[in-house]
Design a protein around this ligand. Structure first.
Ligand code: PLP
Length: 391
């Protein structure tokens, strides 16, 4: 029985595509313990260093004392506790949206929402580099799918023309990311909004890597550009800048009501632990505070510092967008070798390979956090130059 998997696993190893879990024996933070070794961590999406922050720890501990651990049932049965309602109100207020709904993860938000937004009479148009959760949600919907090359507005426009012509009565949903999870660059949001208005399409924007990083109080790219009211569905995760776990969608009251009634990943799943909702609410409160803005400014200081230290050949390190800096390597084995060399020097930077990216498009993915010290950033910049042969 296991033979077919052995063969498949051998094939993965032969192509340097086999992946394995790496156990971290400490809390998340700028330094982590991996197999007993302390490494400077440039791998996490905990951009504001909130995952192990005392503010969140204390909020969660107090909530466990009051509400216990499990939510006991799905949200529509009896799993909606006051912390879930408070989190959704806080999210809507922070994002300046009429309403919000929470899911157990960002992945669940995408695979829950998209099949509720579109069905076989509709069209979903996605950016080629959209996250797997958006692709899976789009496929699950049964809608006709079209993909446009990354950030290619011309191709998006021609897909929109085609969709309006072929599906005159259908809904057209454009799906993209504010900051792309692997390349770290931004969507051309102003132009996207113009197109969606011209073709009366619906825009779902995944802000997983933009919230906490961009816009006033970390409200994201749409907020930075003054376009919040133009986003029909703003999807995000609580698991990155907000330091906890879970996903959300912000939008109109009717949209949220529809998702409560139709999003299967919401309806048929146990509600997230109430203590997590309390911790996420504390994270939003933090983002709205002066201290939160100071932390976000520190993050930007660190991002700018690292960008300046990286080699001149900017192509190799992607387009500046937010806190993700890809080191585009190409060959899978070379990416693994560079990551190993960095580990030897005391840095943990993960490799990203197929199927997360195309074959032959392997890279290292450096993520910067406000919790990094200027010294840690300087030493990474130095190591990247040396190891990459940039002198
Ligand atoms: C762009 C994007 N969307 C959605 C998700 C999923 O969020 P979560 O980790 O909360 O499931 C991720 C996280 O990996 C992501 O990078």
């Amino acid at each position: 029985m296991s033979e077919p998997f052995q063969e498949q696993l051998r094939a993965l190893r032969a192509r340097s595509l086999h992946r394995k879990l790496r156990e971290i024996g400490s809390a998340q933070g700028p330094e982590v313990q991996i197999v007993g070794r302390q490494l400077i961590n440039f791998s996490s999406d905990d951009y504001l260093g909130l995952a192990a922050d005392p503010i969140l720890r204390q909020a969660a501990i107090a909530a466990i004392e009051e509400f216990g651990v499990g939510a006991g049932s799905s949200r529509l049965i009896s799993g909606t506790q006051s912390p879930h309602a408070a989190l959704e109100s806080a999210l809507a207020r922070w994002k300046r949206a009429p309403a919000a709904i929470c899911f157990s993860s960002g992945y669940a938000a995408a695979v829950g929402a998209l099949p509720a937004l579109a069905s076989k009479e509709d069209v979903i148009i996605l950016d080629k580099l959209c996250h797997a959760s958006l692709i899976d949600g789009a496929r699950l919907s049964g809608a006709t799918l079209r993909v446009f090359p990354h950030n290619h507005l011309g191709k998006l426009e021609s897909h929109l023309e085609w969709a309006r012509r072929e599906y005159p009565a259908g809904r057209i949903v454009i799906v993209t990311e504010a900051v792309f999870s692997i390349d770290g660059d931004r969507a051309p949001l102003r132009e996207l909004v113009e197109l969606k208005k011209r073709f009366q399409a619906f825009l779902l924007l995944d802000e997983a890597h933009a919230i906490g990083v961009l816009g006033p109080h970390g409200r994201g790219l749409a907020a930075e550009l003054g376009l919040e009211s133009e986003i029909d569905a703003a999807l995000g995760t609580l698991g990155k800048s907000l330091g906890t776990s879970g996903g959300y969608i912000c939008g109109s009251r009717d949209l949220i009501d529809w998702l409560i009634n139709r999003a299967r990943a919401f309806i048929f799943s146990t509600a997230p632990p109430p203590a997590l909702a309390v911790a996420a609410t504390a994270a939003i409160r933090f983002l709205l505070s002066e201290e939160g803005e100071t932390r976000r400014k520190t993050l930007w200081k660190r991002i700018v510092q690292l960008r300046k230290l990286l080699p001149e050949n900017k192509e190799e390190f992607g387009r500046p967008g937010a806190a993700i800096i890809p080191w585009l390597v190409g060959d899978e084995q070379r990416a693994l070798d560079l990551a190993r060399a960095l580990r030897t020097e005391g840095f943990f930077v993960p490799t990203i390979r197929y199927p997360t990216v195309a074959k032959g498009a392997a890279r290292l993915r450096i993520t910067v956090s406000a919790a990094h010290s200027a010294l840690q950033i300087a030493s990474l910049g130095d190591a990247v130059r040396r190891i990459g042969g940039h002198g």
